[in-house]
Each structure stands twice: as structure tokens, then as C-alpha cells.
Design a binder for this molecule. Sequence first.
Ligand SMILES: Nc1ncnc2c1ncn2[C@@H]1O[C@H](COP(=O)(O)OP(=O)(O)OP(=O)(O)O)[C@@H](O)[C@H]1O
Ligand SMILES: [Mg+2]
Length: 605
Amino acid sequence: MDGGAGDQLQCSAAVERLNAAGQAIKRQVIRKATVLLGRNEFQEIIIRIEDGKVPQSYVLKEFKLFTKFVKEGKCTVQLLPENIQLLISNCPPDQLNVFLKTLSIKHQAWQTLKPLTYRDKLKAALPRSFETISPLQQRDVQKANELRSKATSKGLADRTNNTMRTSKANPSKRPVLSLPAARKLNKEQAAVLTAVLSGKNVFFTGSAGTGKSFLLKRIVGSLPPKSTYATASTGVAACHIGGTTLHSFAGIGSGAAPLEQCIELAQRPGVLPHWTLCRHLVIDEVSMVDAPLFDKLEAIARSVRRSTEPFGGIQLIMCGDFLQLPPVSKGKEKAAFCFQARSWRKVIQVNMELTEVRRQTDQSFISLLQAVRVGRVTEEITAKLMESAYHKIERDGILATRLCTHKDDVELTNENKLKQLPGSEHVFEALDSDPSQVKTIDAQSPVSRALQLKVGAQVMLTRNLEVERGLVNGARGVVLGFEPGKQGLPRVRFLCGATEVLKRERWMFKVGGGLYVSRQQLPLKLAWAISIHKSQGMTLDCVEISLARVFECGQAYVALSRAKTLEGLRVMDFDPRVVRADPDVLLFYKQLRKERLLMQVEIIN
Ligand SMILES: Nc1ncnc2c1ncn2[C@@H]1O[C@H](COP(=O)(O)OP(=O)(O)OP(=O)(O)O)[C@@H](O)[C@H]1O
Ligand SMILES: [Mg+2]
């Protein structure tokens, strides 16, 4: 299920016959194709393209792979002796990834066998057969690696000209192949993925750290990219799942205009394709989407797509925890949650809940957080959190990040702390592919246009660099120095023990009309302080929290639940009164449970 077994693809395909100059002289397009990987009677690897009529098969001998756009579900396989190329598009990216890995590794392993000559084949007189390829095993990987190291030591190029992108580790040597590194979904997460793949409109919830966003990324990777839009209610949350904001998908500004006007806005040239091409709309952090916006989007979808089905027939996949941050209220009145929207019940077909917390492992801390989530703070919890004010969480020059309730405090704190450091400031300017889109980029990017650093600056990683080494989004560190040379890249020591010189990374953002823009910047931000709103969705190493000015239900829970351990948390001024769970939300969840609508895996199985 996680990306499939690697033996087939659902995609669009084009088969091109090339002339000697590499130009296509014949092209056949198959909009809905199944591409299979298998073996024939001689154990040779076969790529088979099916369009529901006559399948076409090719023996995989020498080939070239172009894999730059695998994340967008595209790749090209060039069969060199045949002068044929297969262009694959609109394939679920995770499926494509496993498929290409299987193809490369199985092919490498096959190369260790003695090739059969035409005569051998004739002599064998085997009946023609096709069997789908078996899933990758460790021994396939081992074989392929052995072959690679032999080829390297002899200075030989192997028969494949494989341009597959390779891992960054040890760049001087040939990269070592490995099994696809997808982390396994747990049972609950897998059940949600199954429900999504069945085409239903799914809402799934669960406490902080149950892996909602983790699963959402996997869901996005399992759907065809052309018709899937990954969004979130805020820019930061959108970035976690590699998507855009719900607002920029919808193209209706703040959404405050009357419906008729919004429908017009949604039909502008750069925006209309979002609505017409979209078949799967993914929304993370749905707790911050308010009811009027939800109803408006639902009505726009029906109108623009000329469909009477709920949400115009778009499959909705939403997740969030309504006991975390609520929608931002405009004016004095409390904003209505999207589950209070008129169209909510009509739209949502399946409600599910993830219950296994993955962010924290200490059971007593998990229980404490669960109680805080529903606003039930016992004396014992109060005592524990008050005690945490004395936690010494500074290590190796890395200070705790202060989570603030108000944005102004964040900017002031970071600016002042940087100023107070001795030494000169190093400024790193971002490189944007389209400077006219700077506002759109700023709204979605986890890194700023200009990053000021000094030796001693407290920083946070804003991207997963190497999960195995603990270099993950949210990892905390301190700047040790700057490399000599023009670029003067910063050397950072992280709490996980790793010291790393950071280079510019590239972020891609979808803007109107399916276009992409990019920003290149160091994957860092200052981390003396961040706002609780910006911390939603994050996992943090060491946090200090001041809750005196908490103003929203769920805000204290969001802040506390960012920490991985109680030891990595310091609450300065705990007062149980700041912990509040919204009664409407408690009622909504209770109702769902009562009606047995909130399915947990035990109920499904
Ligand atoms: N199946 C899994 N295997 C390994 N790690 C997982 C799995 N599911 C979740 N995680 C890890 O658990 C942590 C929390 O996951 P995630 O941020 O997706 O939770 P969440 O439910 O979205 O939380 P929040 O409500 O705070 O946004 C992450 O570090 C994530 O990588
Ligand atoms: Mg999340």
C-alpha cells in the first residue's frame, strides 16, 4: 500500500519512437495507462504498457532514466537500443518512486547474470510468458551494490546510463542503493489511506502528534498529481505538507466578498484551472477554517464545476484537531468552526480518528497532554507543569525556544537577542525565481527573504535534511561559525549532536495556473522565539512557554504539545485557568462518538 509493490503504475503515458537525432517521429498517447514491470520466460525484465486493448511490451536492456520531476509524478524511460522513449506523467509520486527504484535495482541485479544469446533462447524453446516482478528484497539491493562497487573500483561504467538522482551522502563515491525508505504507516493511518483511496470524502482528526500531517503527505503521494491539490489553512502548515494555502488555491482573496463576487473571482484565468482540474482537495489544519469560508468554497465548487454534487464532486480529504487553534475571529464575535457549516454534513462521508501519539513517547507526558487537550487540569498536572519552570534545558550552548502568544514579541525578541550578540552580522539573501511573486512566496515560505546570523545565534532547521541523523524540520541548533570563502556558509551544531555546514536549499511553491516559483535560501530561521500560531504542526526539541497572555481556546494545548518530552519543556508561569477547551468542539466530538460516526480502526476491523 505504501506506494505500492513497485510492479505497476497508474498514469498517463506516451510512447515515442525516436530517430537517430533523438527526435520523436511517432507518438502514441495513452491517457489512462497501466505500466507493469515483469519478467519474461528468460527472466529478462519487461516493461509492459496496457491501455485496456493490446499491451505493448519492451525488454529492458540498456536504458536511460530522467527522474528530475518524479515528485510531480513524471519521468522518462529511454530504451537505447530500441530508440524508444516512454514518457510517464500524472502518476502518484510515491508509486512512481517505488517503481523506479524496483526497476533500477532489479536491472542492476539482472546485469550480474550471463546474458543469453539469440541462439540460447531459440534452443530453450520456452513458451512465452509474463510474470509481474517480485517486490524488492534486501538481497536484490545487496547484489546491485556489489556490482556497483566492482564497477567503480575497475573504473567501469555499467551498461545502464542511469541518471536517477542519488542521495547526498558521500558525494565523491558512487551512491549506495537502498530499499525505499518510506516509514511505515500504523494500522490507523493505513485505514485512513484506504478510505481515501476508495474515493470517499474523509475528515480525520486526532490529538497533536498522532501523525495527521505525516499521513497527509503520504496521501498526497498516493494520488494523481494533476488533479490533487494539497493545501492548509495557514502558510506554515501548507509548507509542512508541501502544498499551498487554501486561500491561494481558491483565489478568492480573503473570501469576505459576497458569494456571487467570489464565484467570479474563482473564474479568473489563473485560478479557474484549480477548480476545474481538481478532483482531490487536501486540507490540513482544518480547525482554522471557519464555517462561512467552508460553505462558500462548497458553493463555488458546485457553481464553477456546474455540478449539483456536494463540493461539485471534488473529493475532500481534511484533517486537523479542533481542540487546537480555532479560526481567527474577525471582530469581537467568536468565529464558527467549519464543522458548524451548513454543508459540512452533506460533504463529509467518513470521519476517522487517529489515537496513537507519535510525537511523544513518555506515556505519562502523553496522558498529561490528553487531559490538557480537553481542558481537564488536575492538581497533579498543575504541579508538574509548575515544577517545569525549574527545568534546565540548555545544552551545548543551545537555548530553549520561547513560544509566544503574540507575534510582536517574537520579532522583538529575535531582533534584540541577535543585536546583543558580539561579532559581525552575516546576511543571507534569498534567491527567488520570480521576484514579482515575492509576496506569494513570503506567505508560504518557511524561510525569509533575508536571514541575519551571527556566531552564537539560536537557529532552527526548517526542512528535513537527514531524518536518520536527527536533522529534521524544527531541530534546534546554534551557529558556531562561518566557513571561509565568499559565501561564508554557517556551521551549526544541533541538539542531536550533529554539526553541519548548511547550504542553500530550494523550495517550490505553486502559484496560479499550475505554475511554480522557487526560493533558494538557507534552511534556517532564528529561534530564540516563535509564535504559538506559527508553531502549530511543529515538533520542537526544547521549548520555554509563557502562557500568561493566552487568548484562545486550545492555544495552551498547542504550545505544550510541541515538546517531545516533559524534560524538554519549561512553563514559566503556569496557571490552570489558561487551559481551555472549546465547549462546541467537545460537543461535536462527543456527538460524533455517540452516533458512532467517528470511526477508529477497531470499529472498522
Ligand atoms: N507512521 C509513522 N512512522 C514514523 N513516524 C511517524 C509516523 N506518524 C507520525 N510520525 C512522526 O510523529 C511526529 C508527529 O507527526 P505529525 O506532525 O504528522 O502529527 P500531527 O498529528 O500532524 O500533529 P499536529 O496536530 O501537532 O499537527 C512527526 O515527527 C512524524 O514524523
Ligand atoms: Mg500536523
